[in-house]
Design a protein around this ligand. Structure first.
Ligand code: FES
Length: 145
């Protein structure tokens, strides 16, 4: 925390570290972050609710974020989100039955030139079509069954 001019700046990295450690930011993770950063749980909740890459709910071992902002929407993102639900067998935001992957809609990923675009964990993909999406969520790519 000594590297940052004020606690909120360091809190983002602390939350990212705890999310990598636990998979998502459960209540105990926020208590740990509070102890490390000196921010209240409420202040940390504010940060988590602002940054869509920070997750309060459990997710699969891999997270596929499909952009649903304007450029991707115009390029077919709604159909891809529907197809992702069909392929994963669960609603958006829920881990697949084997726990391998969670598909989330996401605001602009900054990959508009790849529209429709997605992030599988931290790797950018696009332009996506149904075949490319199926390959991304395939068990051999997500560690599922
Ligand atoms: S609108 Fe989809 S990445 Fe920007």
């Amino acid at each position: 925390m000594g590297h940052y001019p004020e606690p909120r700046a360091g809190a983002i990295y602390t939350l990212q570290f705890l999310q990598r450690k636990y998979g998502h930011l459960h209540n105990e993770a926020l208590r740990e972050a509070s102890a490390l950063c000196g921010l209240s749980i409420t202040q940390l909740e504010e940060l988590v609710s602002f940054y869509p890459l920070l997750l309060r709910r459990p997710v699969g071992r891999r997270v596929l974020r499909i952009c649903d902002s304007i450029a991707c929407h115009m390029a077919g993102a709604p159909a891809l989100l529907d197809e992702a639900v069909r392929l994963s067998g669960v609603p958006l935001g829920q881990p697949s039955a084997d726990g391998a992957v969670t598909v989330l809609p996401h605001v602009c990923l900054g990959l508009c030139d790849l529209a429709p675009a997605a992030l599988l964990d931290e790797a950018a993909h696009g332009p996506l079509d149904a075949a490319a999406l199926a390959a991304l969520v395939a068990p051999e790519n997500t560690g599922g069954q």
